[in-house]
Unconditional design. Structure first.
Length: 299
């Protein structure tokens, strides 16, 4: 059983005919027929029924198809790995929180594009839980997220930097006049979630015992929309400090006199079985360097 035979088989399935498969693979139709017959003889089964109006896969062909596609894909990956001499390459589908995409990762993306032009990056902003679940089930190759340091089943993680959180309000909010805040001050004020689904919201609300009897919660997926809502006086928000530093500096937002009792960190996670992927390894190394330099420049 040879890869070229499997490629002929999958192409016939894809195109629906031996003639079209030959045109797709730039060879003659007898060549396709010969390869299919050789594959059938090697496996001891019939893969196609020849019907008056075309061809039809047998049950054996249906069973073979996913294995054939996997073998072809693995062969292509092996070929690329050898020809690239270990140089990072290929496509990485990455998940990230919006706050990290907008305020931490753009320099990293720029660095990766210049340093590793053979790595194609695709970045998707979603909440941390969805991102990590998507990494586990293979929809994403890796993800950046903000959260507490804890074991995560099936994943390797590395901490890139502490991610300070700050409670902010608009300049005219009544809590800006207080020298200190109590838990009741916080739980009686409308809470604006800057990134719905972010783990630090859950940690915050759990630490204060939020429930349905407390003040309402306004959920917004956009960091910028949340900042505008806070600035207009609609409520208060717990946000990564890096996302509001400009607004705090020019007075559009005000830091409230309260600090969380928990700590969260910007982290990078990938599947344990993806640890030898050169592109993932390159991204981990680049992220550690770029984020470290970014944090150092702000201190």
């Amino acid at each position: 059983m040879e890869t070229r035979q499997l490629l002929a088989f999958t192409t016939v399935v894809q195109t629906g005919s031996f003639t079209k498969a030959a045109a797709t693979l730039n060879c003659s139709q007898p060549t396709i027929t010969t390869r299919i017959k050789a594959l059938e003889e090697a496996l001891g089964v019939v893969l196609f029924r020849r019907l008056p109006r075309g061809i039809q896969m047998t049950s054996a062909g249906v069973e073979l198809l996913p294995f054939a596609r996997n073998i072809i894909n693995l062969t292509e990956k092996a070929r690329k790995a050898i020809t690239m001499n270990g140089e990072p390459h290929g496509k990485l589908v990455i998940g990230s929180a919006q706050s990290l995409t907008d305020y931490r990762l753009l320099p990293l993306i720029e660095y990766m594009c210049w340093r590793y032009p053979s790595v194609q990056l695709s970045l998707h902003s979603r909440n941390a839980l969805n991102n990590l679940n998507s990494v586990r089930d293979g929809q994403l190759d890796c993800a950046f997220f903000i959260g507490a340091i804890e074991p995560r089943d099936g994943l390797e993680t590395t901490v890139l930097c502490p991610e300070p959180l700050v409670m902010v309000a608009g300049p005219n909010h009544m809590l800006t006049q207080r020298q200190s805040l109590t838990e009741d001050d916080l739980t009686s004020s409308t809470l604006i979630r800057a990134e719905n689904g972010a783990s630090y919201h859950e940690l915050f609300e759990h630490s204060l015992g939020y429930d349905d009897t407390r003040a309402p919660v306004l959920e917004l997926d956009s960091v910028d929309a949340a900042k505008r809502a806070v600035a207009s006086g609609l409520g208060i928000a717990l946000m990564p400090e890096v996302t509001v530093s400009a607004e705090l500096a020019d007075g559009r937002l005000v830091r409230l006199p309260w600090s969380p009792t928990f700590r969260v960190y910007t982290q990078f996670g990938w599947r344990q079985d993806n640890s030898t992927n050169p592109a993932v390894t390159a991204l981990v190394s680049a992220a550690a360097q770029v984020v470290s330099d970014q944090v150092a420049s702000l201190t």
